[in-house]
Design a protein. Structure first.
Length: 576
């Protein structure tokens, strides 16, 4: 398939200009043109919310990240609801305006939310940073872990529309500055454990002295400030967690400037791994040891795997992370967003727990240098079966300009379409209100908000609006977008949404496959809806999927084409 795109070469043009040839988002295919249509529908969505993370202009590193987002179906009505982790100010860092919960009341042709924070009993006014969603107690209702500067919060979904904070009862006390967290079954006992990423020590009453960057006076950090250790918490199955260090599952984590985490079976060995993205320090990949004497222990193989640094050995910022199978080997590639003047990075899997930096080969190197990237995600936007990229951008230094720092403070998001193994930028159409608009974007989360089978997006701007971006792209009639959720209803399984599972679509009689992963983490300080997105042949009578659950059990399912599917373990046609 051929994609009609404009390749913008000069960095300043990348940020500021559009190509007339591509002004209408036209993607020419062998079937018929696809008009990629992403629209800001915030005004009519019912989400009228401005995030708080300090004040503008930003003066201290605590204010830089903004708050995260979680898309998750808290009321089990089939569509993802919206949680917004909100911060505070340096004048009152312990008490802010509060985090919010919005119920999804969307219909077939509109996206609509209702603020239900008070009804849900959510009273979270501390400086919240990020959110992770998972059914940690196995009752079928998805719970929330909220990472904060200071004490984190575990919000148990009570199943009646309300949440109860049970952080202390669950044993999750931690007063570090936590940025991101993720759920996953690390010890393979059927329930969800929790990895919490911690950043650095910051005292608002004694802020550090300013630093210098490219000859400009800027806010201090992270270098020069004390890094903090992450925590791995093991679910005991009774509503409580224990520190994995005390259980001998992992050694104390070396202090680092942690920003992001994904829990997933990265090397296809049937065991869940933990990938940690650190700011300006080496990334970590925790895998279970292969030696008998260390069986069940998690060890850091980041450098051995190739995921710790880029091809030059450079330690990068690693704000956003996303995974996809770009080369058809059923093992994930890793894409990370990084600081300006550096490149975003694409690590390609070479098998045997080995990844190699292929950023240049995929066209993702030079053109990413003017950007400072945050949340990112793979998805098939144009219906050609390969996955494209969305990236949210925005600098951390308020005085950043192309003249002073080779990068602007406010930056537009990017859409990169994959064509013949390379990613090419899509330029905004005239009058576009989202793609071409420079902003201070940070967090974002992907999910099908209106039930039409494609992925929509919620974004959070630093001290700016939370925005609802609807995906109204019309695929050719031969293609059907579909969203797939998992329901693991087997006895004694508490990981009911299948976090850590993979879903393979069987393409033909030769058993060619397309794979997606259901995982926790990756979106910067945020949680995507726990679902897989495919674009598939619409005319096929039946679709066949193979699900590899986190415990290694494989189930086979056949379904009729539909925009939304739930694959239940108990309804599989075969189990292996």
């Amino acid at each position: 398939m051929k994609t009609k795109l404009c390749l913008l070469m000069a960095p300043v043009l990348l940020a500021q200009t559009a190509c007339e040839e591509n002004a209408q988002f036209t993607v020419a295919t062998t079937e018929q043109p696809v008009m990629i249509d992403l629209q800001d529908v915030t005004a009519e969505s019912g989400v009228d919310f401005t995030s708080t993370s300090g004040r503008l202009p930003t003066t201290e590193i605590l204010e830089v990240n903004g708050g995260g987002i979680a898309l998750f179906d808290y009321d089990r009505d089939g569509d993802p609801d919206l949680f917004i982790a909100n911060g505070a100010t340096l004048d009152s860092p312990q008490v802010g305006p509060g985090s919010r919960l919005f119920r999804n009341d969307s219909g077939p042709s509109h996206i609509r939310f209702t603020d239900v924070t008070e009804q849900a009993g959510i009273n979270l006014y501390r400086w919240a940073m990020g959110a992770a969603a998972g059914d940690y107690d196995g009752d079928g209702f998805i719970d929330l872990h909220v990472s904060c500067w200071g004490q984190n919060a575990l919000l148990r979904n009570m199943g009646d529309g309300s949440f109860k904070e049970i952080t202390q009862e669950a044993g999750l006390s931690d007063d570090a500055w936590s940025t991101s967290s993720a759920f996953g079954d690390i010890d393979a006992d059927g329930d969800l454990d929790l990895y919490v990423v911690n950043y650095l020590q910051f005292d608002p009453d004694n802020p550090p002295e300013a630093a210098t960057y490219k000859g400009q006076r800027v806010l201090a950090g992270p270098h020069g400030l004390p890094a903090q250790s992450d925590r791995l918490w093991i679910n005991q199955g009774d509503g409580s967690f224990l520190d994995a260090v005390s259980l001998g599952i992992i050694d104390p984590v070396e202090p680092a400037y942690g920003l992001n985490v994904i829990i997933l079976d990265f090397d296809a060995d049937g065991r869940q791994d933990i990938l940690v993205g650190n700011d300006s320090m080496a990334n970590a990949l925790y895998r279970q040891a292969d030696t008998p004497e260390e069986s069940g222990r998690m060890i850091n193989l980041g450098h051995d795997s190739g995921l710790a640094t880029n091809m030059h050995g450079g330690e990068q910022a690693t704000m956003g992370m996303a995974v996809a199978d770009l080369d058809g080997d059923a093992v994930p590639e890793l894409f990370t967003t990084n600081f300006s003047a550096d490149t975003n990075t694409l690590h390609q899997s070479m098998g045997e727990a080995n990844w190699v930096d292929r950023t240049r080969q995929y066209g993702l190197g030079l053109r990413s240098r003017p950007w400072l990237g945050w949340t990112t995600g793979f998805m098939d936007l144009d219906g050609d079966e390969d996955e494209d990229l969305i990236i949210l951008n925005g600098h951390v230094y308020p005085d950043a300009t192309m003249d002073t720092m080779d990068s602007n403070y406010e930056q537009p998001p990017q859409v990169l379409l994959q064509e013949d193994g390379r990613f090419l930028p899509l330029a905004p159409k005239p009058g576009d209100t989202w793609l071409g608009q420079p902003r201070r974007d940070r967090a974002g989360a992907f999910g099908d908000l209106d039930g039409d089978g494609d992925l929509d997006l919620v974004t959070a701007e630093l001290n700016g609006p939370v925005r609802i971006i609807g995906n109204f792209t019309s695929l050719p009639p031969q293609r059907q977008a579909t969203i797939i959720h998992l329901l693991d209803d087997r006895p004694d399984v508490q990981n009911t949404t299948g976090l850590g599972a993979s879903i393979q679509f069987i393409k033909d009689e030769n058993k060619r496959k397309t794979i997606r992963w259901i995982h926790s983490g990756g979106a910067f300080q945020s949680a995507n809806d726990a679902a897989a997105h495919f674009t598939l042949p619409a005319a096929t009578e039946q679709w066949e999927f193979h699900v590899t659950w986190p415990d290694g059990v494989i189930t086979r399912h056949k379904t009729s084409p539909a925009a939304s599917l739930t694959l239940k373990a108990s309804e599989a046609m075969e189990v292996e």
